[in-house]
Design a protein around this ligand. Structure first.
Ligand code: ATP
Ligand code: MG
Length: 571
């Protein structure tokens, strides 16, 4: 490619609406252009990178035996009504009507379509297992599209689906996909972790997310350095070494706590240990209007995902508003499990509550709290469960070592779906004994466009992007320092030609600009290798510079191609 012909407009200023560095640098280096919120055009430089990620994904999926297909974006509502997701998917789904007023959607994911294909085509165990994937634009009406390519309404995803005649086969494919994803993200040059993830209402153990570690990540990852444990905060567990309740249990005592509705103030005012307090959080299932009281030790936070899964809610739970609390005669800041008839409210206690003898909690009257409450003796709960957010430093549930935490960007998700879709959509097969059984399914997603953004989050400096070799839009940027110097420009052309002959992705900056100007653009766009053809050319030397390390080498002209080949091979 010739820089003089490249369709790119780099920006000196950082666009105001770009909050994270990947968004800023993609805009500044002219990789993407916003059409409207969460919807972007991939311009030539950006599209080249996107294609490189896509190709790595494709190569590795095919290497693992999966076959590529392309399913339609437009999907009929009936299929989603059949699976039950027409009602549960909510406002994230883009719904459209055709001229006959029939309902359709723009695919946010393709479990329904693939299962429809398979249920019609496959009827025998002999055709299983099977893994089909596609790379395709997905549509999701996100509540908050943001961070450039990170969370879009329209984005590129690789989604794969596997079908099996039993748990063993599904487990094997899950492990193969885990290894495949590991290879993919390694080839992308990313620092990532595979972690246990929330499997939602489907449950089961088989859900792993792949997270690129970066401070801007929306997710919190808890992990252990002493063993391989890692989990999304939504799912993470820990060993607190809790002991059973012991000692004498006293009778509840109501005490005045005027204007003290916050746990920290309460602890200070009453001079008590926060570990002997219990707070009550009030949630509502927006689907069913059912109200839950979640009890948890005062120094911990409720994990809404764990609670949601535990109670089997279809949508996210919401905290009750002040008005809703009032309607239930509950006083904000003074809510507790004892002292009033809680009516239809379902009380769920975190495991941390069971071990506390004589705890303090809200008095269910303004400006009051109770001392000496004891679960089981003074009040009852529907269930005790783990509904707590794990904190950094707590014990690893596998080996007991201290858990660490990091921010992560979810770039991939693999999932054992089991029979969720095959059951609702009737995808069954005849086993060896001629018996009809539901197929088991797995699904495997990668955010291809999000991976591009995540890579930049991890690989940048104050000058711009630092592309890993495997993803750079061009691996080598040949820069004649002075285009008017015939020796320099013709040598640069010769080197550029030779790089192309070797199928190395190269660009020549043939613009009539000062060298400093060209270097700035090169560093902003992030080409991994620069070959600078300057004054040394007449002495048979060029300069090779490495973006990542800032190293510079004087290299003989006749050796420059093999020198660059070595650099690329080293990665
Ligand atoms: P998130 O929790 O970030 O919303 P998700 O759980 O909805 O992700 P999946 O349905 O598992 O995501 O989709 C597979 C992959 O697609 C994700 O791992 C992520 O990399 C990517 N992805 C999901 N939503 C978006 C989006 N709005 N924009 C860009 N990429 C996305
Ligand atoms: Mg999502």
């Amino acid at each position: 490619m010739r820089f003089s012909r490249l369709y790119v407009k780099t920006l000196k200023e950082t666009p105001k609406d770009a909050e994270v560095v990947s968004h800023q640098l993609m805009m500044r280096s002219g990789m993407i252009k916003k059409l409207t919120s969460g919807v972007y055009t991939h311009l030539p430089l950006g599209y080249k990178v996107l294609k490189k990620v896509e190709n790595i994904v494709r190569e590795e999926m095919e290497r693992a035996g999966a076959q590529e297909i392309l399913m339609p974006v437009i999907q009929p509502a009936e299929l989603w009504q059949e699976s039950g997701r027409w009602d549960t998917m909510g406002p994230e789904m883009m719904r459209i009507k055709d001229r006959h007023n029939r309902d359709f959607i723009l695919g946010p994911t393709h479990e329904e379509v693939i299962t429809d294909i398979i249920r019609n085509d496959i009827s025998s165990y002999k055709s299983l297992p099977l893994n089909l994937f596609q790379v395709q634009t997905k549509f999701r009406d996100e509540r908050r599209p943001r961070f450039g390519l990170m969370r879009c309404k329209e984005f590129l995803m690789k989604d794969g689906y596997s079908f099996h005649d039993g748990e063993k086969s599904l487990d094997e494919e899950f492990e193969t996909m885990k290894a495949t994803y590991t290879r993919i993200f390694e080839r992308c040059g990313l620092n990532f972790r595979a972690v246990d993830a929330d499997a939602g209402s489907i449950g089961g153990s088989g859900s792993n997310e792949f997270h690129v570690l970066a401070d801007s990540g929306e997710d919190e990852i808890l992990y252990c350095d002493s063993c391989d444990y890692g989990a999304n905060l939504e799912k993470a567990e820990s060993d607190l070494g809790l002991k059973p309740r012991e000692g004498e249990l006293f009778e509840p005592v109501l005490t005045e706590t005027p204007n003290i509705s916050k746990i920290d103030d309460l602890v200070e005012h009453l001079d008590i240990d926060i570990k002997k307090t219990v707070k009550a959080m009030m949630y509502k299932d927006i689907d069913t209007d059912k109200v839950y009281m979640a009890l948890i030790r005062g120094d911990f936070e409720v994990n809404e995902t764990k609670l949601k899964n535990f109670v089997g809610a279809k949508q996210d739970l919401e905290l009750l508003t002040d008005e809703e609390l009032e309607e239930l005669n509950l006083v904000k800041g003074y809510i507790g499990p004892f002292g009033m008839d809680l009516g239809d409210i379902t009380v769920i206690a975190d495991k941390t509550v069971t071990g506390i003898a004589n705890h303090t909690a809200g008095g269910n009257k303004a400006d009051t709290h109770y001392f000496n409450l004891n679960l089981g003796k003074d009040y009852k709960v529907k269930k005790v469960a783990d509904i707590r957010n794990v904190k950094v430093g707590e014990g690893c549930p596998k080996c007991g070592a201290s858990l660490k935490s990091a921010r992560g960007i979810e770039v991939g998700h693999i999932f054992k779906l089991g029979d969720k879709y095959s059951k609702s959509l009737g995808a069954n097969y005849l086993d060896q004994n001629g018996k009809s059984k539901d197929m088991l399914m797995g699904c495997y997603g990668i955010g291809v466009s999000r991976t591009v953004a995540a890579t930049i989050e991890q690989h940048n400096d104050e000058f711009g992007i630092i592309w890993p070799m495997s993803l750079a839009p061009y691996t080598v940027d040949v820069i004649p320092a002075n285009m008017k110097d015939k020796d320099q420009s013709s040598l640069a052309e010769k080197i550029y030609g030779e790089l192309k002959d070797k199928s190395i992705d190269a660009i020549i900056d043939d613009r009539n600009e000062r060298p400093g100007f060209k270097f700035k653009d090169a560093d902003l766009i992030g080409f991994p290798i620069k070959i600078i053809v300057g004054r040394g050319a007449k002495d048979g030397l060029v300069e090779v510079k490495i973006r990542k390390t800032n190293e510079a080498f004087e290299v003989k002209i006749e050796e420059v191609i093999s020198f660059v080949e070595d650099l690329i091979a080293k990665g």
